[in-house]
Design a protein around this ligand. Structure first.
Ligand SMILES: Cc1cc2nc3c(=O)[nH]c(=O)nc-3n(C[C@H](O)[C@H](O)[C@H](O)COP(=O)(O)OP(=O)(O)OC[C@H]3O[C@@H](n4cnc5c(N)ncnc54)[C@H](O)[C@@H]3O)c2cc1C
Length: 433
């Protein structure tokens, strides 16, 4: 975000403000154990004393250092450039990464490596959770993804002033200030081609319903690549193998207005499942949520008191669920609600249901409807395959000149930081075309 403002000759601090968090996340386990991840290693380590020995804590520290090594070595290769341009394999950083590939552990899963190096079950579960940051299964996702905690724990966690919504809001303001024109409530129905070139987009304004062609020589498509081929490029051959890859998880979210306050909770809170392996087997094999799900609770009013009335809190209660493949989400949400409330009762020793004053539910179908993400996946395709980074769709079309792709379903993957990187890669590709 800062880089984008700087690129437009603006001081990021004047437009997009954020605070670094001292307290990163509160973790709760079914057996009553808890700890808090702090920015400061000393405080984090002290809190871990409730679940780990000094030796185990040191093993965690080493694993976090290894995460930093991996990130610094691989981010320039896998995140910040296209993997589909031959010349990108010839630069100094890529060659350095390839020389050190042996140190990256391209064989084991995240869980296998965490078990071997850290072994303490509480800490392994903490480390395995980072697979969910791109909707994957730590029991299958490659150990290379054990770099993710580096971003949160070593580089730090930040809270945007005004909440997550301020990320798109300030990007929108920045774009308008440099002359970008937005056409909201206009659905693109087709990317029109002429010969091997992009020639227009066919647009349906949702207010007038009077379709028109907008001529153009260049299209950057941010829609999910699955829908792009299936709906926007109906006359072009779709790369079926790429499109049929395993999807990342989706989410079931309960937005609860709670008429009480909870000192045990902070901005980010995780209540772990007692059987993490079974939870992921349910998500990816049975395609259903587990009866004892890991529950993430975000309470922005802990940082922005005006987000909830005095004496109340705004809870965003989320569990990971599979992407939509035909499940009955009303039934699933009803069961999940009971399971979540029972889990909260067990862990907090308080009845929550009677404190819910407001409720709204978001499920994979609604996510798909609002964003066009196929199946409501949050992060495009999953990273459960060792070669996932190479299997994602590239950021350009090889058959249609002038067509580029960015967003969560293409390289380098889903989540806001990676999506911003995909846009950066596209801008580089266009500049060098
Ligand atoms: C509940 C939830 C919580 C999340 N939490 C986090 C988080 O904490 N951190 C994080 O990094 N990520 C998080 N994510 C994931 C993150 O939001 C996505 O990975 C990211 O927004 C994907 O970006 P995108 O640009 O690919 O797609 P989107 O942000 O979905 O944007 C695509 C846009 O294109 C529009 N569009 C699609 N097709 C068309 C068309 N044909 N014509 C016109 N417009 C079209 C859509 O309406 C949408 O506005 C979360 C997602 C959800 C749903």
């Amino acid at each position: 975000m800062d880089e984008l403002f700087t690129l437009c000759n603006k001081n990021p601090k004047d437009h997009f403000k954020y605070d670094q968090l001292d307290t990163i996340c509160h973790y709760f386990y079914e057996d009553g154990k808890r700890f808090i991840a702090y920015k400061s290693w000393d405080k984090f380590s002290e809190s871990l004393s409730s679940v780990a020995t000094e030796k185990e804590k040191n093993a965690l520290k080493r694993q976090l250092q290894k995460a930093a090594f991996r990130y610094n070595l691989t981010a320039p290769i896998f995140i910040e450039q296209s993997l589909h341009r031959f010349k990108n394999y010839l630069n100094r950083k890529t060659i350095k990464g390839l020389i050190n590939a042996g140190k990256l552990n391209l064989i084991e899963s995240m869980n296998q490596e965490n078990q071997k190096r850290v072994s303490n079950p509480y800490l392994v579960q903490y480390l395995n959770r980072f697979a969910t940051y791109n909707g994957s299964d730590p029991y299958r996702a490659p150990a290379l993804l054990n770099m993710i905690p580096h971003l949160e724990q070593n580089l730090g966690s930040y809270f945007p002033k005004g909440g997550m919504f301020n990320i798109p809001k300030s990007l929108h303001q920045l774009a308008v200030s440099v002359g970008v024109q937005f056409h909201f409530q206009h659905a693109v129905k087709e990317i029109v081609t002429s010969g091997k070139n992009v020639s227009a987009v066919r647009v349906l304004p949702l207010e007038t319903l009077e379709e028109f062609h907008h001529p153009c020589e260049l299209v950057v498509c941010n829609s999910d690549i699955y829908n792009t081929y299936n709906y926007l490029l109906p006359n072009h051959k779709a790369p079926q193998k790429t499109l049929s890859q395993e999807r990342s998880t989706s989410a079931l979210v309960f937005y609860w207005g709670i008429k009480s306050t909870f000192p045990d909770f902070h901005l980010h809170n995780i209540l772990f499942s007692a059987d993490y392996k079974a939870e992921f087997d349910h998500l990816f094999q049975s395609q259903e949520p587990f009866h004892d799900p890991t529950v993430y609770i975000n309470i922005s009013s802990k940082c922005e008191p005006n987000d909830a009335p005095e004496g109340c809190e705004n809870w965003f209660v989320m569990i990971n669920v599979p992407s939509h493949t035909g499940q009955n989400w009303d039934d699933i949400a009803a069961k999940a609600r009971v399971n979540i409330l029972e889990k909260l009762q067990r862990i907090l020793q308080r009845d929550i249901e009677s404190l819910i004053e407001f409720e709204e539910i978001l499920d994979p179908i609604k996510i798909e409807h609002r964003t066009s993400s196929h199946g409501g996946s949050l992060y495009g395709t999953a990273s459960n395959n060792r070669f996932a980074a190479f299997l994602r769709h590239k950021n350009f079309s090889s058959s249609i000149k002038g067509l580029y792709f960015c967003g969560g379903s293409v390289h380098p993957g889903g989540g806001i930081p990676l999506c911003l990187n995909s846009a950066k890669i596209v801008s580089q590709l266009i500049a060098n075309q």
